[in-house]
Design a protein around this ligand. Structure first.
Ligand code: GLU
Length: 315
């Protein structure tokens, strides 16, 4: 199916906590790529896993985007309202013989690297709750696509295994939800962090199976700690600035992390001025194809003021 002619991008955070510098860089990259193409930029809150999403985190994220001047088009999409669409897609895959119920527990197949597909020809234990998996051995192989930064990508889905689409606890898995929503929102360009590159084969596989358009992909370098770990809530990524001066500096540093070489004086300008410059000068080919960028020292040093949460196990 062809892509719509007009560029449509999106930022799709999981509201597991506030944005940090790494997620700001991903949001900024997708925003600039869309605006430089005179396209639309949408926001989708990926809140399909309520235990992972503390109350208030989504509204904090939206407020942070506004503070950094990243204005989105239209209304925000919330994945928790989209379950009917995920169910319809799953039913279609079942009809096509591409999805099957699976009662196996991880413990049962732990000596294998990937799930060996025991339930493909019938549920092993019909008395147990089931997850729904995608058959990796049927359909198009290998999967390939062009990443705008990392270049030609090729994967054999069989080596990746039968991914879960719906969990045993009834929650929808990211892979199915993201594909259904990208298609529904007519996304032409997915711009996101490099940590999601290895999820893309499953998403391409699902798009092919459901005969959905296949967006273009750009996976941006990841922001890491001095120890090389991806910034996350778990490693106490420092919160984004809330004061005017800090916001200006961090937006500027995010442009630097995207290798856009902003002129130094821009660091003192308000977000609107910085973004105006950045949209006019956005150049994907400036991105160095190295996977990581270190957190700027001024941001990293604010971690030292944080104390790790006390252990709940008493250890
Ligand atoms: N919700 C995912 C995350 O926050 C991103 C999904 C995507 O951009 O495809 O990591």
């Amino acid at each position: 199916m062809p892509l719509p002619a007009r560029y449509r991008g999106r930022f799709a955070p999981t509201p597991s906590g506030p944005l940090h510098f790494g997620s700001l860089v991903a949001a900024l990259g997708s925003y600039l790529d869309a605006r430089a193409a005179q396209g639309e930029w949408l926001v989708r809150i990926e809140d399909i896993d309520p235990p992972r999403c503390p109350q208030g985190a989504a509204s904090t994220i939206l407020r942070q985007l506004e503070t950094f001047g990243l204005a989105w088009d239209g209304s925000v999409t919330w994945q928790h309202t989209r379950e009917g669409a995920y169910q319809t897609a799953l039913e279609r895959l079942v009809q096509l013989g591409l999805s099957y119920p699976c009662s196996c527990s991880r413990k049962q197949w732990q000596r294998y690297d990937i799930y060996p597909g025991w339930c493909r020809e019938g549920v092993c234990d019909p008395t147990k709750p089931v997850a729904w998996r995608l058959r990796s051995d049927l359909g198009q192989r290998p999967i390939h696509w062009q990443d705008r930064l990392s270049g030609e990508q090729q994967f054999d889905p069989v080596a990746l295994g039968d991914v879960v689409l719906k969990r045993k606890d009834g929650l929808w898995a990211y892979q199915l939800a993201v594909v259904v929503d990208d298609a529904e929102q007519q996304i032409t360009d997915v711009v996101r962090g490099l940590d999601l590159l290895d999820n893309t084969p499953w998403q391409r596989q699902l798009q092919a199976a459901l005969q959905l358009p296949q967006p273009r992909y750009l996976h941006l370098p990841l922001i890491v700690t001095a120890e090389g770990q991806k910034l996350s809530k778990q490693n106490l990524a420092p919160a984004l600035a809330e004061d005017e001066q800090g916001i200006r500096l961090q937006l500027f540093q995010a442009l630097e992390a995207l290798d856009q070489a902003p002129p130094k004086e821009l660091a003192f300008e308000p977000p609107a001025t910085q973004l105006h410059w950045a949209v006019a000068n956005w150049t994907v080919t400036r991105l160095r194809p190295t996977a990581h960028r270190q957190t700027p020292a001024s941001i990293a040093s604010s971690t030292s003021s944080l104390t790790p949460p006390s252990s709940t196990t008493g250890e």
